[in-house]
Design a protein around this ligand. Sequence first.
Ligand SMILES: [Zn+2]
Length: 408
Amino acid sequence: MRSSVVIVAIVACVGIGSPAFAQAAAAAAEPAAPDPVKTMVGRLDLEHYKATIKGLTAFGDRRQGTDRNRAAVDWIEAQLKSYGCANVERLKYEYQPPPARGTAPGAAGRGAAGGGRGDAAQGGGRLRGIRARTGVNTDPNAQPDVKLRELNMQPTTPGEREEVYCTKIGTSHPDEMYIVSGHMDGHGWGEAANDDGSGTALVMELARVMNSPDVTTERSIRFALWNNEETGTNGARAYVEQRGPLQGKENPAGSGKYPEPKWLGMIQHDMMMFDHGMPRADGTVSPEQRPEADVNIEFQVTSTFAEGAQKLAWTLEAANEKYATDYPAQVGPHMTNTDSGPFMNVVPAISVRENERGTQIGAGWDPHWHQPTDVFATFSDKDFRLGLNAAQTTLGAVAQLTGANIKH
Ligand SMILES: [Zn+2]
């Protein structure tokens, strides 16, 4: 609409019959160049997204420190390679669990910040309205599917851990990057389909699209699948510790290669699919995705890089308005309890979710959270579609931020 108005204005200024008029007329005859970002977003689709989540659920709950977790890392790596994200690497670190504490009280208070006011949510904000119980299932027999129960049976053991990432190298600024991430580990005796198969699949789908042979970006993008999120974001912490000091250094000198491009921003994805609203008075939650479901983009207002993080959050919100097909996005200031935490005081960092983590998920809005019911079959296409809309949102934003284009 806007471009045709401009052409009319040009024609009015230069006058009919002038060479400029002929040029303008020729330009008007050509269709407007398609938005390359829109083309890229259009390469995401529900069936691909669902298939990637389904692939991840083959490894059960993917609990850290187990064979099923290691097999999932191998599978993710193979997928990333098949997408043409050639620079696949692994970060290795040691995980030793802290000494066991007493049994945590599994009451409605898990979402509460503890201490001080009773309605203070983790990460800030206030718990409002009806709350339902939350907690982590640790009972194998709570999983009715015998095959899945057996798949999840091997216990976790302390020791060496690995997590995988790959990088799309920028053409003109290979020394700078955005980190697009999710966590691939889960727990609770389900399939970790939503937490965080949905975020992991989102990152993998973005890696697939952005590494299409005809897509170029000016700046680099790293696609990272953290391990050990559920034990306290240990995989992301290890990455910040090991890789942070390497930022922006050319290695070998004069090679034009930057093993760790400078971090421009970090976007984490964690639980993308279930926004069925507040629990009802009897503690149950609507079985249907609510029509007013949204994608929640959170920054942490108390973090060192709050200003940059907020700007990044609004960039995603604008990309959602422009590119997401079904569900809107909301920005909030209380990011908490996910892998963007270890980044937030060194780089602008945000998280993207189905709900606000502190005030909503923490108040029991997702009854499948860390439960045996977090399996692929629990979710409907309306749920999967919320995750797809989050993927459209992040892809739209990151493509713009990195100067993405399509070669012709
Ligand atoms: Zn999670």
